[in-house]
Design a protein around this ligand. Sequence first.
Ligand code: PGA
Length: 241
Amino acid sequence: MSRTQYAIGNWKMNGARADLSEIDAIAAARAEVPRIQTVMCLPATLLASVTAELSLGGQDCHPAIQGAHTGDISASMLADAGASSVILGHSERRTDHGEASELVAEKVQAAWAAGLNAILCIGETEAQYRAHETMSVLQDQLTRSVPDGANAENTIIAYEPVWAIGTGLTPTPNEIETVHLAIRDALPDPAMSILYGGSVKPSNAAEIFALSNVDGALVGGASLKATDFIPIMRALEESFS
Ligand code: PGA
């Protein structure tokens, strides 16, 4: 398997400095999983407080380098605080802040310009899933939010069905594999890693990681506690054998 395999945690709007002991425990477990990349995407307030040896990410950035944008954060600020990646186009941003794919594409370019790896999220809603529109929705999101120049060095795709995020529901393994294969066909670089996200937990991780076009996971709720996230890291490492 030559594509990079990633276990990426997304703390969303959770966590304070007192919770960084979880990050220390996750960092300590990396020695057990040498073949995978572990990245923790934390609230921006926490990035600079992390002392453990671990790749860090932000959860959003503004498309501009700097300027009069009260409350926003730039990609270079994330890099300055210790991030090497940033999640962009998460469905919670698309829904809560009305982010369109064109804006997401601008943010991806801002991330690249600051030297950050873009973790670009796409996914269909439950209504679109029920209407069998998944592939047309994903194709449209890819066309409009993946800028020219995307490759395996600068961009990771995360397929996150909106109806699977935080709900405990997941597509069947067959559905996940079918969608990932179609995404791979639509990408400019077949070596790009495609992660699955949405209710990944220790009990379902091995089954999902066994799928040949799944290159890891973007994990929300189960990344908050090291005791949940470390078994997911191990399941990904074991998927190599
Ligand atoms: P979840 O969130 O693992 O809590 O479903 C995943 C995500 O939103 O990235």
